[in-house]
Design a protein around this ligand. Sequence first.
Ligand SMILES: [Zn+2]
Length: 59
Amino acid sequence: MESSCIFCGREENFGTGLVIRGRLICGGCEKRLVSIHSENIFYDLYVNGLKKIWRCLRA
Ligand SMILES: [Zn+2]
């Protein structure tokens, strides 16, 4: 099964690329992502945390 990378559009096999929530990321973009991956997790936590805070303030 083949699909294109969601970042660069390169055709990549589902067996070799990284798949996150059904979206394919090719090997090259995966390497780039790994270097910022931990920052992304903190960003997600930060954004989700802010959303929860906003909900609490509105309630
Ligand atoms: Zn790519």
